[in-house]
Design a protein around this ligand. Structure first.
Ligand code: ARG
Length: 581
């Protein structure tokens, strides 16, 4: 049991002992989230406000706090003080050290894991790249936030379903085929891959400027795909294969996987049902030839409220379905297939309106699970201070970025540790890790500016810095292996530096839960960085492998605990933890 759970349960017991007959006291589970870490350690290691009991006990909070403090008997908490409406707990530092380290070491890499999500399923829609486009850094955040959230939910015992909702449908594929037939060749596409496809697509648009009939030809080819024409389908599938082959390389480097690649086209035969259902439920209206769901909301006086949204278009006037139609079909399919308790859409905040609209349509259709669909939005990424724009030709491809990251990491390693074995592999872990860390180090909604000098700095708050701390722990532990150490004397961890590090590790299981609740992997990035910094502070102030062997054993045990927590934390954000670098 971690320290906070223990304090919560002791506090619950103390309250029951104090008022054995009272109704409405708090349970340990209710108390735990109320425990806070006071900003000033002079106010204790943890503080519990008791205001919520005032009503049940008909007593002022200061009186309540005082009564509980007087009735407190347990040696894990050295001292309990009642200050106004708060109980301030001062831990028995030695016990705390022993319990925290042992909790971490007995859990191994599963520290913070739980069965919170047992029997629950979370669908995660992430990465969701577009066919016939190269994977660029605009798709990095969705990929990494989704991947990390998936690992976090797995850690908490949920069943997760990772879905790559491929953008593989739309008139652009008709244009691609048209361009290929006119200016392409099988050899050129096999050889050039996705670059050749992009070239053909650009060429199509240049030519279509001069010759308007090309647009019609493009549309006609798309119609052929829709009608299941053999040649059209073959080419379209081929383009898909090429794009995915390219993307797989990137996914492999990032360690990202999916359970399903059911993209937009997968829902072609599943949209009729949605359209019919909307009709039956009287939700479809015709507006300028298109079928739409009206989303205006009015108050009692018939005035439009601020919850009003533009109508959600379901069918265009020519009968074609839209992005939203496919998302409706996909959501219903996912509910039917996976019975999700939550369906997360990790997509840029620009699509905010789209998600609000189609969630609202689901709600209007009477699906109460619509409330379990969440748009996990994130901000924009720029590169070295420059906004990215496909149209202006300022694009950064993810595989180029990852290649550069590995090259730059290798350069640094060659300089710092030229004799390191497996340099290439370490450079991969460090380079990729640096990119991933940079992507997941801020609140997801914040815009990110990707800058090499910041990303690959070994000293700042960066991926390499945290990985380096892991390496440092591993190196201490390797040296300690040769010393036959006795049982630890936990008194050696009673100092402020060790305690700060222990407190952060003690909170780590809560951080994981909170990160899941808020869909915020950056909370884990923050926590591992804090733990790394606090350990480094401890490391500089105390000689780990020196002095009394039992004290040494305690510092080594702390080091091992830090190594485990960092490794777990990095894993949860999708980073590897090298043992040497
Ligand atoms: N392919 C889309 C894009 O790149 C993202 C799709 C997100 N998922 C979804 N179910 N709408 O913008």
């Amino acid at each position: 049991m971690d320290m906070m759970t223990q304090i919560a349960s002791l506090a619950a017991d103390a309250m029951h002992d104090t008022w054995p007959d009272a109704q409405g006291l708090l349970t340990a589970e209710e108390i735990r989230p109320l425990l806070a870490v006071p900003p000033d350690p002079a106010l204790g290691d943890y503080a519990l406000p008791v205001f919520r009991l005032a009503k049940a006990l008909r007593m002022g909070p200061p009186m309540i706090a005082k009564a509980v403090a007087e009735n407190w008997k347990h040696e894990d908490v050295a001292r309990v003080e009642a200050v106004n409406g708060y109980l301030n707990f001062f831990l028995n530092r030695v016990h705390f050290a022993e319990e925290t380290v042992e909790a971490v070491l007995s859990a191994g890499e599963k520290y913070g894991a739980s069965d919170l999500g047992k029997g629950k399923t979370v669908c995660l829609d992430y990465s969701s790249i577009n066919i016939a486009k190269r994977f660029h850094i605009g798709h990095l955040s969705t990929t990494m936030i989704g991947h990390s959230l998936r690992r976090i939910y797995d850690h908490l015992g949920y069943t997760t379903v990772g879905i790559n909702h491929l953008g593989d449908w739309g008139t652009q594929f008709g244009k691609m085929i048209c361009a290929y037939k006119k200016w392409g060749s099988e050899e050129a596409v096999e050889k050039g891959g996705i670059d050749e496809l992009v070239r053909l697509y650009v060429k199509f648009h240049e030519e279509a400027e001069k010759d308007k009939s090309l647009e019609d030809e493009g549309r006609a080819w798309f119609k052929k795909i829709e009608d299941g024409d053999e040649e059209a389908l073959r080419l379209w599938n081929w383009f898909k294969t090429l794009t995915l082959r390219d993307a797989e390389r990137v996914y492999k480097l990032l360690g990202v996987t999916f359970d399903s690649y059911a993209g937009e086209s997968f829902y072609n035969d599943k949209m009729d049902r949605v359209v019919n259902e909307l009709k039956e439920k009287g939700l479809l209206t015709i507006s300028e030839g298109a079928s739409v769901v009206d989303l205006t909301e009015k108050d009692a006086n018939g005035k439009e409220t601020k919850n009003s949204m533009p109508p959600c278009i379901i069918l265009r006037s020519d009968g074609a379905t839209l992005y939203a139609t496919r998302d409706l079909a996909a959501a219903i399919y996912r509910q039917d297939t996976y019975h999700f308790d939550k369906c997360l859409y990790v997509v840029a905040y620009q699509q905010d309106l789209h998600f609000r609209q189609f969630f609202k349509v689901l709600e209007k259709m009477g699906y109460d699970w619509a409330k379990n669909c969440v748009h996990v939005a994130f901000g924009m990424i720029s590169y070295e201070g420059q906004a990215l724009s496909t149209r202006k030709g300022h694009v950064v491809y993810l595989d180029d970025l990852l290649t550069q990251a590995q090259e730059k990491a290798l350069e640094i390693i060659n300089e710092k540790s030229p004799d390191l074995p497996n340099k290439e592999d370490v450079a991969r872990q460090v380079g990729i890790g640096a990119v991933v860390y940079a992507d997941l180090s801020n609140n997801r909604i914040k815009d990110i500016d990707f800058r090499w000098d910041r990303v690959l700095n070994f000293d700042g708050e960066t991926g390499p810095y945290v990985q380096y701390t892991h390496v440092r722990c591993c190196s201490v532990l390797r040296k300690a292996e040769d010393l036959a150490l006795p049982a630890p004397d936990w008194n050696a961890l009673a100092d402020d530096e060790a305690q700060a590090c222990l407190r952060l590790m003690g909170r780590f299981p809560d951080v994981i839960r909170e990160a899941a609740e808020k869909y915020e992997p950056s909370m884990i990035t923050r926590a591992v960085t804090d733990i790394a910094q606090s350990y480094n502070k401890f490391y500089y102030e105390h000689r780990i492998l020196d002095g009394d062997p039992a004290a040494m054993a305690a510092r080594v045990a702390l080091t091992k605990a830090v190594r485990n927590v960092i490794k777990t934390g990095l894993y949860l954000i999708g980073m590897e933890a090298p043992e040497r670098m």
